[in-house]
Ligand binder design. Structure first.
Ligand code: ASP
Ligand code: MG
Length: 438
């Protein structure tokens, strides 16, 4: 017997038929003798629809009311799914985030989990019930309903799996797992059988829309093995795990996880995957006096405006070493705020010009094997130059290299790099069943 947390995304419960299919899967797992906790997202586009409805009433909704509203989507799914599971003769009970003991801070719309007390859930599964929990929400110490940020149901699932010491957290979506690149851009992308948590973190942090970033952070911190797979097929998905599979899970698809550990002994694959990101913009502060403290002030001002920056490059033209150019990238939605804040400080900063470019794309190559293999950047830059693609900015971590290109070149860049690193699969195997990729 294993304790399994299953999370179903919005596309897996988009309508009544889908909901019944999920219920059958839950019942099957329970009938195989396992303890099952289910975390469910709002049906289909419910969250977007709720946001849209609110925007027809006000453009200035109080954050607290917005969170109560948005939490309703997941409550609809949890109760309907629980009815569907009961209908199959398997006892199930639905729980809101608060009832499941998910305690958060009070940052509405982006609350962080600060404590997990899933006593009722533990009791329910001990009593043979299936516990069905509304994703994406918790309760603050003032007893207000909070939400965890878009895509937050993944985090609910992983946090519950960690708190309950689950054997595995299965993330059900409408694709067959994690791919070496987005199959919509690279049809020959291949499914990854296994990938480490740190590589997944890098991919998720740099644009791969696979999992809520905080969910992966949780999984790493508490060592929760994740299995990302499709609710539309029986196929094995992708195992995200750093630890040996629990032998008791035999029969419960531990093969890949075991293979992962064997592979680790042999050699890590050089490259695991490529993420891309179209959501960033670029700002250049040109002609900043080249004196100590200027860069610090610029980034203080940008930070005070609540803007998170990603890549930073500074260069000092050889011709005029008295002035520097500072370039950075940031989420597109933050660009205006950053520009306004910098413009307001023009007198103090004494720069010559502010430039703004929204049309950039970022490609990130991720692989744990990079650590021990020189030449990865040379190969990456070579592939791009052969494809006639100009590189604008570059940044690296131990296991990632990111480059910024023109937005219109991004897809071609991803394809060229995928091929250059031998990642193309011989057959096209990526299937998106639902359509949302969630
Ligand atoms: N329903 C929420 C959203 O659409 C949370 C989730 O699906 O994970 O963002
Ligand atoms: Mg942009």
């Amino acid at each position: 017997m294993a304790l399994i947390v299953q999370k179903y995304g919005g596309s897996s419960v988009a309508d009544v038929e889908a909901m019944k299919r999920v219920a059958a899967r839950v019942a099957e797992t329970r009938n195989a003798g396992h303890q099952v906790v289910v975390v469910v997202s709002a049906m289909g586009d419910t969250t977007d629809d709720l946001l849209d409805t609110a925007s027809q009433i006000t453009t200035n909704a109080p954050d607290r009311e917005m969170d109560i509203l948005l939490s309703a989507g997941e409550r609809i799914s949890m109760s309907l799914l629980s009815m569907a599971v009961n209908e199959l003769g398997v006892p199930a009970q639905a729980y809101t985030g608060a009832q499941a003991g998910i305690r958060t801070d009070s940052h509405f719309g982006r609350a962080q989990i600060i404590g997990m007390v899933p006593e009722r859930i533990a009791r329910a599964i001990r009593d043979g019930q299936v516990a069905i929990v509304a994703g994406f929400q918790g309760i603050s110490k003032d007893e207000d309903v909070t939400t965890l940020g878009r895509g937050g149901s993944d985090t609910t699932a992983v946090a519950l799996a960690a708190a309950l010491h689950a054997d595995v957290c299965e993330i059900y979506t409408d694709v067959d797992g994690l791919f070496s690149a987005d199959p919509r851009i690279v049809p020959r992308a291949h499914r990854l059988r296994t990938i480490s948590q740190e590589e997944t973190l890098e991919l998720a942090a740099h644009g791969a829309k696979i999992l809520h970033l905080r969910a992966v952070e949780f999984a790493r911190r508490y060592d929760v093995p994740l299995h990302v797979r499709s609710s539309f097929s029986e196929k094995e998905g992708t195992w995200i795990s750093n630890r040996p599979a629990n032998p008791e899970l035999a029969g419960l698809v531990p093969e890949a996880a075991l293979a992962h550990n064997q592979e680790e002994l042999v050699e890590e694959p050089l490259i695991s995957g490529i993420a891309h990101d179209r959501s960033q913009d670029k700002i250049t502060v040109r002609g900043v006096p080249n004196e100590p403290g200027k860069a610090a002030r610029i980034f203080e001002i940008v930070a005070e405006a609540g803007v998170n920056i990603d890549m930073i490059v500074q260069n000092i033209p050889v011709a005029d070493q008295t002035r520097a150019n500072l370039t950075f990238t940031l989420p597109a939605g933050d660009a205006q705020r950053a520009l306004d804040a910098l413009e307001a400080a023009r007198g103090e900063l004494a720069f010559q010009e502010l430039r703004y470019n929204p049309d950039i794309g970022k490609l990130s190559l991720v692989g744990a094997g990079m650590r021990t293999n020189p030449g990865v950047s040379a190969k990456l830059f070579g592939a791009l130059s052969e494809a006639g693609i100009n590189i604008d900015l570059i940044s690296t971590s131990e296991i990632r290299i990111s480059v910024v290109t023109r937005l219109e070149d991004l897809d071609r860049a991803v394809q060229a790099v995928h091929t250059a690193f031998g990642l193309d699969s011989t057959e096209s195997e990526a299937v998106v069943y639902g359509g949302s990729g969630r």
